[in-house]
Ligand binder design. Sequence first.
Ligand code: ZN
Ligand code: ZN
Length: 342
Amino acid sequence: MKAVLLTGIGELAVDDVAEPVIQEEGQVLLRVDAVGVCGSDVHYYKEGKIGSEAVKYPFIIGHECAATVKEVGRAVRRVKVGDKVVIEPAISCGSCSQCRAGRENTCRRLKFLGCPGQIEGCLCEYIVMPEANCYVSEKLTEGQAVLCEPLAIAVYAVKQAKVSENSDVAILGAGPIGLSVLLCSGLKTEKIYATDRVKERIEAAKQNGALWAGNPDREDVVGQILKLRPVGVDVVFECAGEQETIEEAIEILKPGGKLMLIGIPEQEKIHLDIHKMRRKEITIVNVRRQNDCTQRAIDLISERLVNVDFMLTHRFNPEQTPQAFEMVGGYRDGVIKAVIEF
Ligand SMILES: [Zn+2]
Ligand SMILES: [Zn+2]
């Protein structure tokens, strides 16, 4: 089958590799329809690692996947050949102490699609997944199915933050995750402020529910948000993974506020202004992907409670994957979500 292999830093190559086969009764063979290019994939492409998760070449990355069921194992009951499915990329063991505590997203034996040292990803024609990771999504377009992965993370983050109708919310970084958080927060509150450096993302935030959106290169975003909300905001979703946005978050949060860390920093360590944080008694919550939110993401789209279509800005074929990664990595051409179609 055709696969896009990561072969070195900044190197992607299309090659022929063996097609995977069903090995357990509960598994499903899937024909990959489309794969979203995620910020985490770009980290593996540009830096060869995220923290201690380093790529051993060659390796197939990719985890935002829309697929069609091609073959099912003997014990598979819920999905059938021909079904269009959204893939939940995290395979948890179901039996470790984290899984038993309902924390499958931090499973001690987690295998995540396209995560180095775990399992290869979905930038290829076929993958095999457990039935439990396949969510039937007949009403969704291919692009919507791909966007369920970042949307599920937003569903989880907004739930963890306990956003209510009285909450003032700031979203720092309005890429696909930040914009998905905007859509999910918008189901609860209208008081949402967003920032980004990319003009098209600021526009997208304004058009999709942000009361105010601004660019830190052009204006004092901390001053602007505090002008609109002098007492500070209740929740900040940090979706950029930058030292700068974490510092802004600490400035704009009200005492007792919550800092939700979702962005993935390039560097190993981040500095925190501990005295400002402790005086305000700020709670830091790390968001590790998502936990059991894929079905909710599918429902939000199919019941038209959120519209994610504006995020799908670019489509590529597998041979054009390097261009897609360069575009996403360089924030070029107004890209929000680029999708590779197989
Ligand atoms: Zn992703
Ligand atoms: Zn587990």
